[in-house]
Design a protein. Structure first.
Length: 390
C-alpha cells in the first residue's frame, strides 16, 4: 500500500494502546505514529487482544497519521462522534483503496456499535465484508451485530462465511452458536460452542453461553459446571456470576445474593441482578437497601414492572403507602394484567382510607384472576367496611 497504513484492530485494542501512552505536561496524549508503532511491537497485551493484533499486520507510516491518531485519541477520551468523523474522512479520502477502507469501515462500525446504533454498525460491517470478502473477522463481527438485531438467520450465514475463510476462528463459532440458539436449534448451538472451545479452551464467554444452552436443554448441573469453568478462567466475569446465581435459585439465597453482588462488582451492566438483589434483601427485611437496589434496576430498565412492584412492597412495609401506590401504578402501566399489582394497589388504597378506589382495584385483580382467594376475601372486607361507613 506504499505510504498508507492499514488497521485491523478493535476499539478495545486501540484503547489498550492509548492507555499505555505517556501524557504531555498539558494532559493531552502524545500519540505519534512512531510511538504507536513502538508500543504495538513492545507492549505486552492480554492473549485475546494479542490474537487480534496478530490477525493482520498493522503498518504505520506518516501518511494520514494525524487523522488516524486524532481518531484514536478521540476514542481514548470516549469522544466517539469525533472519532467517527475522522474515520469517515479516511474512507472518503481513499475511494480506490478497498483494503484500507474495509478496515476503517470495521472500526467505524464498532464505534456505532459501542454507542448503541446497531443498524449503522450493521451497514458498516456489510461494507467491510463487501470490500474485503475474504476477511473472516469482518464476517464474524457482522454475524455478531445481526444476532444483536435478532436477525439470526442472516447472522448464521455470516458466521458460516467467516468459518469458510478461517475454520479455526473461535469467535465465529461462538457467533454461529448464538445464531443457532436464536433460531431455537439448541443442540446445534451446543456443537458450535464445543467447536469454539476446541480452538480456545480458555474462552469464558463461550463457557457462559454453553451454560445457558445446557440450561435450555434441561441440564442445570452441567450448566453450573460451565459457569464455574468461565469463572476459573476469569474470576471477574460478571455475566457468569449472574447466571450462576440465577441457576442456584432459592436453594441457597445467601449464595445467590453473593453471586449477584459479585456480578455487579465485576461491572455487569444489567437490570436483572439489581432486581434479584433487591428481592433477596426484601426477604430478609432490609427494605431501604432493597429499595436502593430496585432504583438501580429501574435506572437501567424503567419498564421493569417486577422491580416496580417489589419496590412498592418495600415501601408498604415502611408505612410509605402513597409512594407504594405510585409504584403499583407504574407496574400496571407496563403490565396492565398484573393481578398481583392490582391486589397490592387495593391493599395500599385501603391502608390510606380510600376504600371505594381499593374496591375498584380489587375488582381489576379479579378480572384478570377470578379465583384469586386473597382478592375475593379483600373484596368482601372492603364491601363490609363501606356498608358500615368505616
Amino acid at each position: 500500500m506504499g505510504a498508507l497504513r492499514t488497521f485491523s484492530i478493535t476499539i478495545t485494542l486501540l484503547l489498550a494502546i492509548l492507555i499505555a501512552l505517556p501524557s504531555n505536561t498539558n494532559g493531552t496524549v502524545n500519540c505519534s505514529s512512531d510511538s504507536l508503532k513502538n508500543l504495538l511491537l513492545q507492549m505486552p497485551l492480554p492473549p485475546e487482544l494479542q490474537a487480534l493484533a496478530d490477525e493482520q499486520a498493522i503498518c504505520l507510516s506518516d501518511h494520514q497519521s494525524t487523522t488516524m491518531d486524532s481518531a484514536l485519541v478521540s476514542l481514548h477520551f470516549k469522544d466517539i462522534q469525533t472519532a467517527r468523523k475522522y474515520f469517515t474522512d479516511i474512507i472518503e479520502a481513499y475511494p480506490g483503496d478497498d483494503t484500507l477502507r474495509s478496515e476503517v469501515y470495521l472500526l467505524r462500525g464498532q464505534s456505532f456499535h459501542y454507542s448503541g446504533d446497531l443498524e449503522s454498525a450493521s451497514a458498516d460491517y456489510l461494507s467491510a465484508t463487501t470490500l474485503k470478502p475474504g476477511w473472516a473477522r469482518a464476517w464474524s463481527q457482522y454475524a455478531f451485530i445481526l444476532n444483536e438485531l435478532k436477525r439470526h438467520r442472516e447472522g448464521l450465514q455470516c458466521a458460516d462465511s467467516a468459518l469458510k475463510y478461517r475454520p479455526d476462528y473461535p469467535e465465529a463459532w461462538n457467533n454461529r452458536a448464538k445464531s443457532l440458539a436464536g433460531l431455537g436449534r439448541a443442540r446445534e448451538s451446543l456443537a458450535s460452542l464445543d467447536s469454539a472451545l476446541s480452538y480456545r479452551h480458555a474462552f469464558p464467554d463461550v463457557w457462559c453461553n454453553r451454560g445457558l444452552t445446557l440450561t435450555d436443554l434441561g441440564k442445570p448441573a452441567e450448566a453450573l459446571k460451565c459457569y464455574d469453568s468461565a469463572l476459573a478462567y476469569d474470576s471477574l466475569h460478571g455475566r457468569a456470576w449472574f447466571f450462576k446465581g440465577s441457576l442456584i435459585g432459592e436453594k441457597n439465597p445467601q449464595h445467590v445474593l453473593t453471586c449477584m453482588e459479585k456480578a455487579l462488582a465485576c461491572g455487569f451492566v444489567d437490570s436483572r441482578p439489581w432486581s434479584i438483589r433487591g428481592y433477596l434483601l426484601k426477604s430478609t427485611g432490609r427494605y431501604e437497601e432493597a429499595i436502593s437496589s430496585f432504583d438501580s434496576s429501574l435506572a437501567l430498565k424503567p419498564e421493569n414492572y417486577v422491580a416496580w412492584m417489589y419496590r412498592g412492597l418495600c415501601l408498604d412495609k415502611l408505612g410509605r403507602y402513597t409512594d407504594g401506590l405510585a409504584c403499583y401504578d407504574s407496574t400496571i402501566k407496563y403490565k396492565h394484567d398484573s393481578y398481583h399489582a392490582w391486589l397490592n394497589r387495593a391493599y395500599c388504597l385501603a391502608d390510606i382510607g380510600r376504600l371505594k378506589e381499593a374496591l375498584a382495584s380489587c375488582d381489576s385483580a379479579l378480572e384478570y384472576s377470578p379465583d384469586l382467594a386473597t382478592a375475593i376475601k379483600l373484596k368482601q372486607q372492603l364491601q363490609d367496611m363501606i356498608r358500615s361507613g368505616r
